[in-house]
Structure formats: C-alpha cells, structure tokens
Design a protein around this ligand. Structure first.
Ligand code: ATP
Ligand code: MG
Length: 471
C-alpha cells in the first residue's frame, strides 16, 4: 500500500493545499486501475481535504460496473449496499469504503428519487448529477483534481452553488434545499444568489421529503458554527419543516429582560450553547411556546407565564413528527419543561433538582440556562450568570458529599417501615417520599434512628386518625 498525495493550487497566489489519500483508499483505487477501470476519490472527502479538514469517510467513484467491482475485489469482504444504484461497500482494515459506478440519474419522480439510474464511463457526467459545485470534484493522484464546475474556486470564496440550474436541481430532489443550508451553516459559507432564490422558491417541495432525511440535515445544521446566520437568513425554510416556529419570527417580547424577538433570542441561545445535538435542540425549542402564552398588561408589558409547558408540548409534537428517538424526545422535553426554574445557591434546591431530574439532565439544564441568560438583555447577564454558577457550585458540593437526594440514599427503607408495623401498600411509598422531602429540606438529618422515630410518629398519627374515624 502506498501513500499518495498531491498539491493543488486552488487559485493563483493562494497557498497550495494537499490531498492525502488514506492507504486503504489508494489501495482500492490502484486495484481498480489495475483491473482496467478508472477510479477517483469524490465528493465530501475531496471538499474537506481541500479545506484542510479531515474527511469522515472516503467515497470512491469508478467506471467499473457493479459486477466488475465485485470481480475486482472478490477476495475482500463486500457488502452489497446498493448494487442497483451502483454502490458496493468494501471493507478494508475493518473500515468500510463506498464504491459507486459513475452514473447519470434518470428523470426524477415526486421530488425525491430518480426513476432509474444509468451507468456511464464518463466521470464528468457523474459529477454533474451531484448537488453543489464544492461536492462535485474528484481526485486521482495521477489525474489531479477534476473540477468541471469550478468547485475549488467556490470553496475558496466560501460559496454554496448548485451544479446546473438551481431550481431544476431542487425540483429533482428537495432534500438538497436542506443540504444547501446545512453546508452553509457547517462551513460558514454564503449561498450564491440564484441558488438562494431557488431554495426559497422550492421550499414547499420539502413536504415530500421523509422525516428521517430532514432530521439528519437539521441536526447537522443546528450544530454548524454558522447556524445563527443561516437560520436567520433562511428562516422560511425552517418555517416549512417546522411551521410551529413561525409565530416566533417577529414576536417582540415587550419587556426589559429581552432585547431580541423570540426568534432572534432563540438563535442567540443556539449560538451560545455547547455544541451537542441534544443541547442545540433544547435551545431551539425552549421558547417555542411563548407566542401562544403571551399576555400584555394594560401598560404594554409582555408576560409569558407557563410558556415552558407550551414549549414542552410543541417540542414533543415536532420531535415525534421528525422521528427523533425516545431518548432525545424525553430529554429535550424534560429540559424545556424545567427551563424557567430560578436557581438559588442552596444545597436544598440542588438536592431537590438532582432528585427530580437526575445529574445528567440537570447538567444539561444548567447549560441551557447559561446560554439563555447570555442571550437576554446584557444589563442582567452578569448577575444571572453568577446565580447559575453559584447554584452549579452547590450542585457539585452536594454530588461530592453524596448528600441524600434519592430514595436509594435514604437511611431507611420500605422494609423498615413494615417492621414498624406499617401495612404493605402505597402508604409506604408516600411515607418514604415525605421523609426524603424532610431530609432534602434539611429538617431532618439522614440518620436511621431519627427517621425511624419520625416514621413511627407518622404511623401513630395515622392510626389515631383511623381510630378516630372508627369511634
Ligand atoms: P458529509 O461530510 O456530511 O458526509 P458529503 O458531501 O460527503 O457530506 P454525503 O451525504 O456523504 O455528503 O454524500 C456524498 C456525495 O454525494 C456528496 O458530496 C455529493 O456529491 C453527493 N450527494 C449526496 N446527496 C446528494 C443529493 N441529494 N443530490 C445530489 N448529490 C448528492
Ligand atoms: Mg460523506
């Protein structure tokens, strides 16, 4: 196996960028060439290499027909991922590589899939079916960079541009609309004028695209470094896939805590929050219920009482529709439901919230709160950030001291209560909850003797009440 690399000059005067094929990709390409076929690295891996980023995976396109690929690699582990469309996955060193025959997509039906694909021996035809110029480049160490649509120049300039007529390309496959804004957000690129106009023009075609395909692009978009500006500029696209977001767009909050509309505030929170898909979703949905819960006083002051419950309901509906998994749905809705809690720097509150949410979710909630207050009126930021920090320190203290915050940690158990004479049944659970509350409130120490004494008192009281009723 050999290391192949090459220097590519994107533009006169620009520093050269090198493409380094991983050994396994070079090996596969060399074997295809030895069998008499053409083979190139193509798409995302070429784009990412030219940008100096490490590609996630290396796709290879080839003039070999699917059966010819199989023949050429009959000694390797093959997975027939999409032979009809020309795609074969070859495993080398436990790593999968996708090999696809050069192809021309036939006519598209219903804005999603080509009716049929035709194989071709012409690389340029294969490149012309790809979505954006920056994704339509191929590379071979001997042939160099093959770039018929000036993708390298667009990469240099930071431009997303469709290959061919933008409108036609979005009509063929509307997912490209989401891919376009996703790449703009991930790479921090601008969208070229014709492509941008066509995105908006064709947005209703997104209704035909499956939830799963949209969800994948949405996650990548929200995690993109340039998400704030893209979401702001292309909010119409978001309104198409999530119409529930529309009422946020221009909603003035009419109070001194905020300097942005609900939408702009939301975008700032998305920008500020730590970069994980879960947290980005919490940020996206946290205030989505505000429009429907807004009330304005006679003096013109806006309130949003209990908006977190409306946000929770909408988040649940949208996340289900977009087929997010249960863990994501459950976590996001629970963080959103609790995001209006006012943190106090007390061990009591830390214990209660740890009990209610668990450590993992409480940590996520703290992250949302930090991002939320940093996106409000800056005159309150310092004070509010300090309050969250003070609470977070208390939480760490409670966790470090393993202070009591769950029934498991309570110094008495259900068995102890039965031994005291309490009959088996729901009252046992209720009594344990009451004891836990008293411990978390610091009204009782978490000590067995004290808790048993208190439980006995509760039991007596109950017996008296029941006795009283009887007589
Ligand atoms: P990522 O880094 O997110 O994987 P990528 O560009 O590699 O980005 P893939 O979805 O892996 O994206 O697709 C690989 C290549 O296939 C793209 O670079 C592009 O050339 C082509 N492609 C993918 N989806 C489409 C599409 N919907 N329409 C046209 N070409 C597409
Ligand atoms: Mg890829």
């Amino acid at each position: 196996m050999s290391h192949c690399d090459a220097i590519v000059n994107l533009k006169q005067g620009a520093p050269p960028v090198s493409i380094v094929l991983p050994n396994q990709a070079a090996y596969l390409m060399n074997r295809l060439t030895a069998c008499g076929h053409k083979a190139f690295a193509v798409g995302g891996c070429v784009r990412d290499s030219l940008m100096g980023r490490t590609p996630q995976d290396w796709d290879i396109c080839t003039s070999a027909l699917p059966d010819e690929m199989k023949q050429c690699f009959s000694d390797l582990h093959l997975v027939e991922t999409g032979m009809k469309h020309g795609t074969l996955t070859v495993i080398v060193d436990h790593q999968p590589f996708e090999l696809t025959t050069f192809r021309i997509d036939g006519e598209y039906q219903d804005g999603r899939h080509p009716k049929q694909v035709r194989f071709t021996s012409d690389l340029k035809q294969d490149l012309s079916r790809r979505d954006f110029t920056i994704n339509a480049m191929a590379y071979h160490p001997d042939a160099g960079l093959i770039d018929p649509f000036s993708g390298a120049a667009d990469l240099q300039e930071g431009i997303i541009r469709c290959v061919g007529t933008a409108k036609k390309r979005f009509e063929e496959d509307a997912l490209r609309i989401m891919r376009g804004i996703r790449f703009a957000a991930q790479l921090g690129f601008a969208i070229e004028e014709e492509t941008a106009a066509a995105l908006i023009d064709c947005k209703s075609l997104l209704d035909r695209i499956s939830a799963e395909r949209i969800r994948i692009e949405l996650d990548k978009l929200l995690c993109g470094a340039g998400a704030m500006s893209v979401l702001s500029q292309y909010r119409e696209i978001i309104g198409q896939i999530i119409p529930e977001a529309r009422p946020m767009f221009d909603l003035d909050q009419k109070n001194s805590y905020h300097i942005y509309t609900v939408w702009d505030h939301t975008l700032h929170v998305i920008d500020q929050i730590k970069n994980t898909p879960l947290l980005k979703l919490c940020a996206f949905f946290h205030d989505i219920g505000k429009p429907e819960m807004m009330t304005v006083t006679e003096e013109g002051w806006g309130h949003f009482y209990r908006h977190e419950l409306a946000s929770e309901r909408i988040a649940d509906e949208v996340l289900s529709r977009l087929k997010y998994n249960n863990h994501t749905r459950e976590t996001v809705t629970s963080i959103v439901r609790n995001h209006s809690i006012v943190f106090r720097p007390t061990a009591k509150q830390a214990r209660k919230l740890l009990h209610k949410l668990g450590e993992e979710k409480l940590r996520l909630l703290i992250e949302l709160e930090y991002a939320d207050v940093k996106s409000q009126n800056p005159i309150y930021t310092q004070e509010r950030v300090s309050a969250i920090r003070a609470f977070s320190e208390k939480m760490e203290d409670v966790l470090a001291a393993e202070n009591c915050f769950s029934l498991r940690d309570l110094a008495v158990s259900g068995r102890d209560l039965i031994a005291l004479g309490m009959p088996q049944g729901p009252e046992i659970g209720r009594t344990l909850d009451r004891l836990l509350d008293l411990v978390m409130e610091e009204e009782l120490p978490n000590e067995r003797a004290v808790l048993l004494h208190s439980a006995a008192e509760m039991l007596n009281l109950q017996a008296n009440v029941i006795g009283g009723k009887k007589s």
